[in-house]
Design a protein around this ligand. Structure first.
Ligand SMILES: C[S@@+](CC[C@H](N)C(=O)[O-])C[C@H]1O[C@@H](n2cnc3c(N)ncnc32)[C@H](O)[C@@H]1O
Length: 294
């Protein structure tokens, strides 16, 4: 059951946070309640545009009438589509993959199959299998675009049937469009035809800025998301806000570099720590920021 209490922004806050069917680095599940207080209320806007939707945790835990969910990871976007359109078929495929799938040999075989097959329902089922059996739920590709995460030896791999059904039900209840696109393309579309006359809000959760250039974050889709990408994003969001008046919220790691790049935004520091790549020292816990253009 989802009992709600109003957030600061008037956005109803789910008491029980709904989990996505994927484990995803940077998923907003832990910081959802604070984030909801930064997002505009569903009464104030018709549509939420998310150019970096990842595991879709924000979609699952908000109540807008319409959503545009986009991400640059094609396998991820295909998996959203299959989870929405054929959830039971996807779950059946997962049962088959999980049976005898929790060993190194099965992992190698399934990862190879994933890397060599064309997009389709079996590839989407494998994407979830890999996510739940791989090391730390990482999603990482090499330069050739091959998924290269090692086997995670999970004690008891979880089959997220309940979460897939929840996702499909939520998608059936509202109007949601999925796009495989880089953020520039999604933001470009946000200022054109299909959004004319709609009151939209934009929520951006890009890969966090690494603490140093050499520690740049390169997972998710095989390409690094650099300081230059963050600067482009900040400029584009400011322009769109000026042109359309759409409220904009962006999540970032609380570091001097992020504060500089997003200096024109109202910055709220959230009491949530994230681990961010740091050269030489592996990963470091840093705070999280929500930057808003209301
Ligand atoms: C921090 S995660 C988003 C997490 C999401 N808010 C959630 O709750 O799961 C960042 C996402 O950005 C995507 N991404 C990386 N580079 C991108 C780009 N240039 N354009 C669009 N999406 C990108 C990644 O595939 C990843 O899913």
């Amino acid at each position: 059951m989802n009992v709600s209490t109003p957030g600061h922004s008037g956005h109803p806050q789910p008491v029980g946070i709904i989990s996505p069917f994927l484990k995803w680095a940077g998923a907003k599940t832990r910081s959802m309640n604070v984030l909801l207080s930064c997002l505009p209320s569903p009464q104030a806007v018709d549509c939420l545009i998310e150019p970096f939707a990842g595991s879709t945790s924000v979609f699952l835990n908000t109540r807008y009438r319409q959503y545009v969910l986009a991400d640059s990871n094609a396998d991820l976007v295909d998996t959203w589509r299959h989870a929405r359109d054929t959830p039971e078929e996807l779950i059946n495929r997962l049962h088959r993959l999980y049976a005898g799938g929790n060993c190194q040999m099965a992992w190698q075989r399934n990862r190879l199959a994933f890397n060599t097959m064309p997009p389709g329902p079996e590839k989407s089922a494998l994407f979830i299998y890999l996510n739940r059996h791989g090391f730390n739920g990482l999603c990482r590709y090499n330069q050739k675009g091959q998924f290269n995460v090692p086997f995670g030896r999970p004690a008891q791999p979880y089959l997220p049937a309940r979460e897939i059904r929840t996702f499909a039900r939520k998608a059936a209840r509202c109007h949601v469009s999925f796009f495989h696109a880089g953020f520039e393309e999604t933001l470009e579309a946000a200022t054109r035809g299909m959004f004319a006359g709609l009151r939209c809000a934009i929520y951006c959760d890009p890969p966090y800025l690494a603490l140093s250039d050499s520690a740049s974050f390169t997972t998710y889709d095989g390409t690094a998301f650099t300081a230059e990408h963050h600067r482009k994003l900040a400029t584009r969001l400011r322009d769109i806000h000026r042109m359309t008046g759409f409220p904009v919220v962006v999540s970032a790691s609380d570091t001097p570099a992020s504060r500089l790049i997003y200096r024109d935004f109202t910055l709220n520091s959230l009491s949530v720590n994230r681990s961010v790549s740091a050269a030489g020292t592996g990963r470091k816990a840093v705070g999280e920021l929500a930057g808003c253009l209301p």
